[in-house]
Design a protein around this ligand. Sequence first.
Ligand code: NAD
Ligand code: UGA
Length: 458
Amino acid sequence: MTFEKHILCIGAGYVGGPTMAMIAHQCPQYRVTIVDINPDRIAQWNSDVLPIYEPGLDELVKATRNRNLFFSTNIEQGIRENEIIFVSVNTPTKTFGTGAGMAADLQYWEKTARQILEHSTSPKIVVEKSTLPVRTAQAMERILNTSQNHVRFDVLSNPEFLAEGTAINDLKNPDRVLIGSRETEEGLKARNTLAEIYANWVPREKILTTNIWSSELSKLVSNAFLAQRVSSINAISALCEKTEADISEVARAIGTDSRIGSRFLNASIGFGGSCFKKDILNLVYLCRYYGLEDVADYWEGVIKINGYQQERFVRNMLTAMFNTLSGKRICLFGFAFKANTGDTRESPAIYVARRLLEEQAEVVITDPKALDNARIDLADARGTVHFVDDPYEAARGCHAIAIMTEWALYGELDYARLYRQAEKPAFIFDGRNILDPRRCFELGFNVFSIGKRPLTHF
Ligand code: NAD
Ligand code: UGA
């Protein structure tokens, strides 16, 4: 069969995999190849057990794999044979040198750009899918256009807005697709080629086009605004706990104002995930680079409140449990950074688990999808940690249950049974406000929610 377009994606991660599976599914007339330097990851994508858990992903991959979706480690061949190349490699925070702890580490990106340059023999459209600092596309263009072999490269910015756990729906029905390009004749032509791909299933009015820098900046700002909402509601949750206002009531009261909106106002143990912190740090670094210290401080506050919220959670546990956790068995319900994913990157549960171990507590962790990652995250932790599949087994004989992830299953457990099995006095710390605190209290638990009055029997 001849295909209308040949598309490559470099980087088979949480973004590359689902995004390309969606393109392959919506556009059977295109051939889509995903490559990665990690052979284990590619082997998993080609197996029955995919490397990431994402609802709906298995079906999509099964329907398209080896039909018009291919996973491979042959990056060079991929570059040679495809005219549109998405780059979706990781862009972690730099850990060394100038900008350490703040700026994006662009080494993976630059390596990829050089590889594209080396192996290209025909014109390519290179699409930034990774989240990158403003002006990266320009740097990429400079690297690519040093070519002696007169191959033409057009670089586009096409940031991804999917959220884990809802990735398939987000990709199928996006609020918008953003494409940034140079506003030259060639740039606009490349932009239209990419827009044509999305137009196979996304309404044209949802495909936004901007200049390349606006597109890069919009991705950072979008994550910064989302994270800022979580930090705002979490900051107010601390005040609620002091004043006996209830954060759920406050969130509902403010969220019904259509200018504010009701989503992303769930108070919690703090935001996690691989991107919010990284992208805000990146924004902060950019602001400082351009001498905008006040603007940088403003956004840095979002991260500070997030750290404060996590530490506050541990301190509340310590205070409630008579100022010592030493030798106490504490069960963490959930380890993923949010429900419906096995991803634990930057999960607040990592921080909480480590702090509890520092306090010499014994930690028992349960999670339906994230236990393998939890084991890796805590491999170097000192102290006693157990990983248990069954939540009832995990909680047996524990002094406290702490809810770290809002998995629906934790709302549906038999808390009367959990109470019977618990060490007394029994405590619940609901870091996601998913339980009915009054009902748990009536069963005998001492209940501490976020931003609500504690319900205690003493
Ligand atoms: P990831 O770590 O899951 O995947 C990145 C993949 O790239 C890895 O499999 C890695 O082996 C591969 N890779 C690295 N260097 C390579 C190279 N030189 N050649 C080939 N493969 C290489 O990362 P992710 O979560 O998919 O994120 C990718 C980018 O997308 C990041 O910039 C991130 O900020 C952005 N993003 C992520 C999400 C999300 O929900 N995870 C959402 C939107 C945007
Ligand atoms: C987020 C954005 O929502 C995506 O648009 C973006 O593409 C992605 O980051 C990215 O660039 O990586 P994600 O991190 O997968 O997606 O998940 P979110 O639903 O945004 O949740 C992030 C964190 O905030 C989670 O830990 C979640 O539990 C927490 N959160 C979210 C709250 O504590 N309260 C809320 O009301 C909402």
